[in-house]
Design a protein. Structure first.
Length: 208
């Protein structure tokens, strides 16, 4: 009978090896386990989308109200024109101006909705702008130093507003997001994401 640890010959009734002291019949000890473990168990942090959005038409409610009042005022004012000979031409001119005003507002809304896109993940904030020529800016969430929320009185009623991101990113240190719907919720999501990322990276956040 031989020792499983060192291979020395042992008497038949031996309980322990006289050379190395190992217990007879015990399996040889495995070598030290690698501190890295299985490479498949080590993976990068997964990037998860937290929010995405664009420009909300509710942000232009002030312009729509002014356009409605201007249209009503133009109709009422033209009814009191004393020179009836010029009345058809005057009506056509007023109608043309009002039509151009509404078309201009519609084109402005369409351009803003199609040219702006926001996306927030657990690691990055992505801002895309432009229609024919699109520019994409990426800001690391950990680089966002502060978040500011801006709302007017009417915007508070409609839960829409602007968010300003103040960061150490040199390409866009003060990025303003206009026309954000459900703005209070989005503000909280961005602020919570930057704080979690900084805590995860072990950075200190100064109390504001």
């Amino acid at each position: 009978m031989n020792c499983n640890a060192c291979g020395a010959k042992l008497p038949p009734d031996a309980a322990f090896c006289q050379r190395c002291g190992a217990k007879v019949g015990a399996a040889p000890q495995a070598g030290p386990k690698s501190p890295l473990g299985n490479p498949r168990d080590v993976s990068d942090d997964e990037e998860v989308q937290l929010w995405e959005g664009g420009y909300s038409g509710k942000s232009m409610v002030g312009s729509w109200v002014i356009a409605v009042l201007a249209t009503i005022g133009a109709g009422v004012g033209s009814a009191f024109i004393p020179d009836f000979k010029l009345l058809p031409q005057t009506w056509m001119a007023i109608a043309g101006v009002v039509l151009l005003m509404w078309v201009g507002l519609g084109l402005q809304l369409a351009y803003r909705k199609m040219s702006v896109h926001y996306e927030l993940t657990t690691q990055r904030f992505i801002h895309k702008k432009g229609l024919l020529s699109r520019v994409t800016n990426r800001i690391e969430v950990i680089d966002i130093d502060d978040v500011a929320l801006k709302q007017g009185m009417v915007e508070r009623m409609l839960n829409v507003g602007s968010i300003e991101l103040i960061s150490s990113d040199q390409s866009d240190p003060r990025l303003q997001l206009d026309g954000v719907a459900d703005v209070q919720h989005v503000f909280d999501v961005i602020d919570d994401a930057r704080r979690k990322e900084r805590r995860r990276r072990g950075l200190h956040i100064e109390a504001i």
